[in-house]
Design a protein around this ligand. Sequence first.
Ligand SMILES: [Zn+2]
Length: 90
Amino acid sequence: MNSPDFSKMKKDCQNQRECFEILQSIIDGEATPQQKEHFMKEHLEQCMPCYKSYHLEVAIRELLKAKCSQHAPQELVESIRKKVIENLAQ
Ligand SMILES: [Zn+2]
């Protein structure tokens, strides 16, 4: 996936909740390849909040995988999430 042009992206998402559920299922591997392709191409590259939250979720999962072999405590997830959000905001 090429890095999208942020200046052309939407700054708000009308259905961010719904989008978030779809992107969670994509990351979890539960979405079908068609759902994934459609969402990535038709939405993610044009929608800034969803683009960011997608990369945030991916980053969190990778960090968790790298840091813990067992189920991560919620506080750790939250502290990682905060750090990643700070990075994205720069
Ligand atoms: Zn969206």
